[in-house]
Design a protein around this ligand. Structure first.
Ligand code: FMN
Length: 209
């Protein structure tokens, strides 16, 4: 039975240790990946990509580049969240191709492309800026992935603690094209979760009436 949204939010925690032999079914993994696919992206341009790694040797190597964090290796599936660098640039045909999917007339499509190119000129002047912008969008998808997984009783742990350059080298990524935003191991918890520590709403939110 699927968990409700609230049950999934209560269930999700940063899982530090996964059961080694319990694999995520193809059906559940497709459900999780579809949550990524349906996530919002700026201008609808979809500059996030995913590598789904099950290979144990490769996971072990990535774990060693992630401060030896056990959850990176001993689990069913390691999602490496990538962002597209080159595709975001004015020189790339990708934005035009993506806008062409819209069911609007040619003039509107070309207006969207002009808007986008002005945005790039103003805000995305180098690969670092593109990485920061595309990563923000990738993180939104990761939030959805983690909650979607939790509805199926599947655990996860967002991992930022890794050597980005070395992981990219290990994965043979051409970093002009793709860079790693985040690692996300997925699997089934070995231990019970700790109590979640959260500030009360009164400290979190300032209500402006
Ligand atoms: C962007 C991001 C990066 C994180 N990186 C790591 C990490 O490298 N290792 C780790 O064990 N947890 C990592 N976490 C998990 C947080 O430590 C965890 O979400 C936080 O302590 C709250 O605990 P909870 O998720 O169990 O409620 C990361 C979380 C986020 C959102």
């Amino acid at each position: 039975m699927n968990k409700t949204f609230q049950e999934a939010m209560d269930f999700r925690h940063a899982c530090k240790s996964f059961q080694e032999e319990k694999e995520i079914s193809k059906e559940n993994m497709d459900f999780i990946l579809n949550a990524a696919r349906l996530s919002p992206s700026s201008y609808g341009l979809e500059f996030t990509k995913y590598l789904l790694i099950k290979n144990k040797d490769l996971k072990e190597k990535i774990k060693n580049l992630a401060m030896g964090q056990e959850q990176v290796s001993i689990n069913s599936s390691l999602l490496v969240v990538l962002v597209a660098i080159e595709d975001s640039k004015i020189s790339s045909p990708t934005p035009k191709d993506r806008f062409n999917r819209l069911e609007v007339n040619k003039e509107i499509k070309s207006m969207f492309l002009d808007y986008y190119h002005s945005y790039v000129k103003e805000h995305l002047n180098n690969d670092e800026q593109i990485l920061a912008w595309t990563s923000k969008q990738a993180y939104l998808a990761v939030g959805n992935i983690m909650t979607a997984a939790a509805t199926k009783g599947i655990d996860s742990c967002a991992i930022e603690g890794f050597n980005k350059k070395e992981v990219e080298k290990l994965l043979n990524l051409d970093t002009k094209k793709y860079q790693v935003a985040l690692l996300l191991p997925l699997g089934y918890r070995k231990n019970e979760q700790r109590e979640s520590l959260r500030l009360p709403l009164s400290e979190l939110v300032q209500y402006i009436d």
